[in-house]
Design a protein around this ligand. Structure first.
Ligand SMILES: Cc1ncc(COP(=O)(O)O)c(C=O)c1O
Length: 440
């Protein structure tokens, strides 16, 4: 089907995280989607190598999700969750709690990963204060971490470009070193052998800040800064250090959740229970915006049952637990369970890994990294013109029928989890052609 209606004015939309002038001079539009494909307004098919933005894990156009949203819209469009409730918000929380790792059973609804990050940080602060440790006000993030673009997530995040324009950040924030070293890790398959010791930097921060640290927040696998896979043993060491020093460990599972690694969450995959987890994206298969913060009984009990009465946590969003989002989440989680998307990832992962590492043969590929159904292909940048080569590869791929994502000079791949081997082949062939056509 060809969609003939085209927007004829691109001016009004100030696009997020986009080079607006460059985009509007050379727009790329996606008008329709189903399965693992997008279609442009002209009707050209584009293989989705990125699950939208790491979010359409169950594939596009899932009828079960669309029907659940429609049913809910007909039944009740909206009801508040401040001092009121509606059944589906509780049902969705219980459904999610069952899907979460054991030990994590309380759910706070947000509308995005950014809101989930800020909510998680505030939850950690409230937890310590409720327990009489109000001196724990320091939040520790990690270099090259991304936790969305609210002030909390931006401050705890470690992406220089995301902070530079905005002056003051949150106070009382510090950072662990990132875990990536091309010298020690290039072309690792899965978790690199080198780098677990980098978690010990938390000991140095504890020496420096004493008992004022409230929480450490990390992405189990950092996506936005180019697919940084955690070194073997690193996350476990971070868990042990947090426990030893009374610090809450927050996993930002916005991209690693919902079967992406071949387990429900990265916490399941690595066998580590954090104190707080954030999620979004795959939660509703991105059909309706939604995020969540999930935590342990211990955190919930300290904040909620420890309060004298009245509102226990002065935080929330008008759309926390929005009925349409809840309907989408329930339907989406059902698909993950019934189709065993995590199992699909585990089955396909060896082929994915092998095929992606094949891309290392092209000239000017500095590294290939992978875990689950994620890969990062790091390109040698053009002399004095960082990111130009990767952008050129991105454009070539799109023209050749493949959507990839680039961040710096890394091409990041995270297709819908329903891809087949033939799609993996097409991703690799198209990307290989583009990389060879755009030398450093
Ligand atoms: C790890 C991580 N945290 C948080 C976010 C922010 O999510 P959102 O864009 O829904 O606010 C993202 C988005 O890519 C992410 O990758």
């Amino acid at each position: 089907m060809t969609v003939t209606l085209r927007p004829n004015n691109l001016d009004a939309f100030w696009m997020p995280y986009t080079a607006n002038r460059a985009y509007k001079a050379r727009p790329r539009l996606l008008a329709r989607a189903s399965g693992v494909h997008y279609h442009t307004p002209e009707g050209r098919e584009v293989l989705d190598g990125t699950a939208g933005l790491w979010c359409v894990n169950a594939g596009h156009g899932r009828r079960e999700i669309a029907e659940a949203i429609k049913r809910q819209a007909d039944e009740m469009d909206f009801a508040p969750t401040f001092q009121m409730g509606h059944p589906i918000a509780f049902e969705a929380a219980a459904t999610l709690a069952e899907f979460l790792p054991d030990g994590i059973e309380r759910v706070f609804w947000t509308n995005s990963g950014s809101e989930a990050a800020d909510t998680a940080l505030k939850m950690a602060l409230a937890y310590h204060r409720a327990r009489g440790e109000g001196q724990r006000v320091r939040l520790i993030g990690r270099e090259r971490g991304y936790h969305g673009c609210g002030f909390g997530g931006m401050s705890v995040g470690g992406i220089v470009a995301n902070r530079r324009q905005f002056g003051a950040q949150l106070p009382f924030v510090d950072h662990l070193p990132h875990t990536h070293s091309r010298a020690h890790q290039a072309f690792s398959r899965g978790e690199p052998d080198w780098g677990a010791h980098l978690a010990d930097a938390l000991e140095d921060l504890v020496k420096l800040h004493g008992d004022t640290i409230a929480a450490v927040m990390v992405e189990p696998v950092a996506g936005s800064t180019g697919v940084l896979v955690p070194p073997k043993g690193y996350l476990m060491r971070l868990r042990e250090l947090c426990t030893r020093h009374g610090i809450l460990l927050i996993f930002d599972e916005v991209i690693t959740g919902f079967s992406r690694l071949g387990a429900g969450f990265a916490a399941d995959y690595f066998g580590i229970v954090p104190d707080i987890m954030t999620m979004a994206k795959g939660l509703t298969n991105a059909a309706v915006p939604m995020g969540a913060v999930a935590t342990t009984d211990a955190v919930y009990d300290a904040v909620v049952n420890g309060a004298p009465g009245g509102i226990e946590f002065f935080h929330g969003y008008t759309y926390s637990g929005h009925p349409l989002a809840c309907a989408a989440a329930i339907a989406s989680i059902r698909i993950h369970r019934e189709e065993d998307l995590a199992g699909r990832v585990r089955d396909l992962q060896p082929y994915w890994q092998e095929t992606m590492h094949g891309l290392g043969a092209a000239a000017g590929v500095l590294d290939v990294r992978d875990i689950g159904l994620i890969a990062g292909i790091e390109l040698q940048p053009r002399e004095g013109r960082p990111t130009e080569r990767a952008m050129a590869v991105f454009h070539r791929c799109f023209d050749d029928g493949l959507l990839v994502r680039v961040t710096g000079d890394v091409v990041a791949l995270s297709p819908p989890l329903i891809v087949e081997r033939a799609h993996v082949d097409r991703i690799a062939e198209t990307l290989d052609r583009a990389i060879r056509a755009e030398p450093a």
